[in-house]
Design a protein around this ligand. Structure first.
Ligand code: BTN
Length: 327
């Protein structure tokens, strides 16, 4: 284990009480100056550590900082989070960073996380509001052995993993809106952006990016999205640990990926449908400006929405924005 992580371990063990620089330098077999330099680095990462002459250092919990140490601690997954966990204080977009890594050969299971994004991207060229240390912005690299036509399944699977993680940690009634918006009380709590690179007729890699509003207060949201967006803080009145939520998501994703390989997509689609109330509902689906109105008959095993319009014609819709309609 690297010295900085060892130091963090000691400080956490004695959380809430002072620990002298001398004791730390003895335990770590480094100079007191080196201890101080590592403490500075930890503070830069966002940990709250006080220092005082003659007293030493005092670690204050909880910090909820996103570092490889925190996210990886006790994470018992098979693939996701077992490789590199890249944690950035700021980046343009975690999907872009993950695509760069995947393009240079980073393995499946690599995770990229940021405390904030300056150019967070959503579906259909939209932006994703990414305030510093309030939300989760995470992208994972997947190298599934599937054909490009089956790729939408990976996005639906991510939506199920998010819903499942939220279901297990936060007492909220979470719904999935096709294809992969996570809603609470009809407002958007999380979104998924999947990007793919193909080689011949095969998927070379996929980057699955999740944006989840965790501790964002209502006043933080820009006016234009405020009415449609929500956060866990807004819905529950409580702040939640982003580390716990990321770990729960990675575990659920890991678990469903295993299920996908062993049993195929059917059990995942079944779970997706349990989290969604779209089947049988009357909707308007906007497909690049063209509106389809009708009743949702089903979501098929590839995740395609089957719509029956008012003239009883059936439409297979691969991608679009859904709005529930009354008439
Ligand atoms: C949507 O439009 O609903 C999808 C939003 C996806 C946002 C996440 S945040 C982490 C990752 N990096 C990005 O730039 N976008 C995704």
């Amino acid at each position: 284990m690297v010295t900085k992580d060892q130091l963090l371990g000691y400080l956490k063990e004695k959380s809430g009480s002072w620990i002298s620089g001398e004791l730390l330098s003895n335990k770590l077999s480094v100079s007191r100056t080196a201890v101080w330099k590592h403490v500075c680095k930890l503070k830069e990462e966002g940990y709250v550590i006080e220092s005082a002459t003659r007293k030493g250092y005092l670690f204050r919990e909880p910090s909820d900082v996103l570092t490889p140490y925190e996210v990886g601690a006790g994470l018992d997954t098979r693939i996701f989070g077992t490789k590199d966990i890249v944690c950035l204080k700021e980046t343009d977009a975690t999907n872009l960073r993950a695509k760069e890594l995947a393009g240079s050969g980073a393995p499946e299971g690599t995770v990229v996380i940021a405390e904030t994004q300056t150019m967070g991207r959503g579906r259909k060229g939209r932006t994703w509001f990414s305030p510093y240390r309030e939300g989760i912005y995470v992208s994972i690299i997947v190298r599934p052995e599937i054909s490009p036509s089956a790729a939408p399944r990976m996005t639906l699977m991510a939506a199920v993993a998010v819903a499942e993680a939220l279901d297990s940690l936060v007492q909220l009634k979470v719904k999935i809106k096709w294809p992969n918006d996570i809603l609470v009380n009809d407002r958007k709590l999380a979104g998924i952006l999947t990007e793919m690179s193909m080689e011949m007729d095969e998927v070379e890699y996929m980057v699955v990016g999740l944006g989840l509003n965790v501790n964002t207060p209502a006043r933080s949201f820009p006016e234009e999205i405020g009415g449609n967006a929500t956060s866990i803080l807004i819905e529950t009145g409580e702040r939640f640990s982003r580390v716990d939520l990321i770990q729960a998501y990675l575990k659920c994703y890991d678990n469903y990926y295993e299920i996908l390989k062993r049993n195929g997509f059917a059990p995942i689609m079944k779970r997706w449908k349990e989290f969604s109330d779209i089947i049988g509902r009357r909707v308007t689906v906007d497909v690049i400006g063209k509106k389809h109105i009708g009743k949702v008959v089903d979501i098929d095993d590839d995740g395609v929405l089957i719509l029956k319009d008012d003239q009883s014609r059936f439409h297979r819709i691969f991608s679009g924005d859904v709005c529930f309609t009354q008439t």
